[in-house]
Design a protein around this ligand. Structure first.
Ligand code: MG
Length: 388
């Protein structure tokens, strides 16, 4: 018996004694370790399939309108277990199904014999190319799903989070006519406790008034860089606060740190960075410019970096929200794993599509709650044909 193993058994006995856990339970931990050791024999097989999400409504944000969102779904098989992932590709971010597939073709997992070595594997994935963050997220998410299934636990448990202690998810209402925003608001009022309004158009105040005419729900406002003058922006924020708005996302152009910092210092509402930041290394620059950051798996290469970003931002005293693109319940469930304890959650992506091909996190009393399934907590809702 090697000393590590002896120490493990000794520690297990001590833990069992102090917690009054029956030793049979501790042995099951031991069995788990054995299972994991046995599962490091095969090879990981990565495959994928492009998929087009059909939106329930035409979606307009400052500058763009669309009815579909392309995604690429991924699958990593290993010793009879399967992990699922996803790259969501809204056109304005620059990645396409073709660029994701080109990236995935470059991925060679054959030199990695143990999927639980996430650090090593994802370091390799990140260094295949400089960008392709959604493609990298598709591998990261599938790997997290697989590893969670190997260990037999969902990630929120492994991260020590209470899956019920999540913020209410916002439901996003795009820029539209007064009549349509009123109708959309009425449709979702009973299901959500907070709305997110896309502004930055010519008729922002009229649209907010239209929504206010049918609901008292708190609202977040996403400007998508749409305001250019800091004084007008500050006046608008004061007006919005009077109207029950609780936070502002990306009010000014993404590189305009100086005017954004001026605005944040004076704003009565917290100001969150979205387009201004992508990844972990961007966060330090956000300190003093924004009150908080919006983490999105597709921008930051996936769950591993998202978890690091959350911890760094919190350590810097910043607020944190988790957001999404239009995504299936696959990527949304992955994001839901780390949403407990955050300031805001904007995880309505799968609720906006008509052809969700995964089942996972579900809306319960306005909160998106992860399932109890291991990994990212999903299963396919239809047959999907993956290939490479
Ligand atoms: Mg945003």
């Amino acid at each position: 018996m090697n000393s590590n193993r002896r120490n493990f058994i000794k520690t297990s006995a001590l833990v069992a004694a102090s917690l009054a856990i029956p030793s049979s339970k501790i042995m099951s931990t031991n069995k788990l370790n054995k299972t994991l050791q046995n599962k490091t024999s095969g090879k990981m097989k990565l495959s994928w399939t492009p998929f087009d999400l059909q939106l329930k409504h035409v979606f307009t944000i400052s500058g763009f309108s669309r009815k579909t969102t392309p995604v690429v779904l991924t699958r990593i098989e290993y010793d009879g277990l399967v992990g699922y992932g996803e790259a969501s590709l809204p056109p304005y971010l620059g990645e396409t199904q073709a660029s994701v597939i080109e990236f995935l073709k470059k991925v060679d997992l054959s030199s990695f014999s143990d999927p639980t070595q996430l650090d090593e594997i994802l370091h390799y994935i990140d260094h295949i190319t400089a960008n392709n963050t959604a493609a990298k997220a598709a591998v990261d998410i599938a790997l997290h799903d697989l590893v969670g299934k190997m260990i037999g636990a969902p990630w929120h448990k492994m991260w020590g989070l209470n899956k019920y202690e999540v913020p209410d998810t916002t439901f996003t209402i795009g820029i539209d006519t007064d009549e349509i925003v009123r109708e959309k608001t009425r449709e979702v009022m009973g299901d959500f406790n907070i709305l997110k309004i896309k502004v930055g158009g010519e008729h922002d105040k009229r649209m907010i008034e239209a929504i206010r005419s049918v609901t008292d729900l708190p609202m977040a406002v996403d400007v998508n860089q749409g305001w250019k003058d800091k004084h007008e922006a500050l006046d608008m924020i004061h007006w919005l606060k009077e109207k029950g708005i609780v936070m502002i996302e990306q009010p000014m152009p993404k590189h305009d740190y100086e005017n954004t910092a001026w605005l944040t210092e004076r704003s009565p509402l917290p100001i969150f960075a979205d387009e201004s930041l992508q990844r972990l290394h961007d966060i330090e620059r956000m300190k003093g410019v924004f009150s908080g950051i919006n983490i999105k798996l597709m921008k930051c290469t996936g769950m591993r970096e998202a978890w690091k970003m959350r911890n760094l931002a919190e350590a810097l005293g910043m607020k944190v929200m988790i957001g999404c693109m239009t995504e299936t319940s696959c990527a949304i469930s992955a994001a839901s794993q780390l949403s407990a304890g955050l300031d805001f959650a904007d995880l309505d992506g799968a609720l906006l599509i008509a052809n969700d091909c995964f089942e996972g996190a579900k809306l319960e009393n306005g909160k998106l709650i992860a399932s109890d399934l291991p990994g990212i907590g999903v299963k396919p809702a239809q047959e999907l044909k993956f290939s490479r």
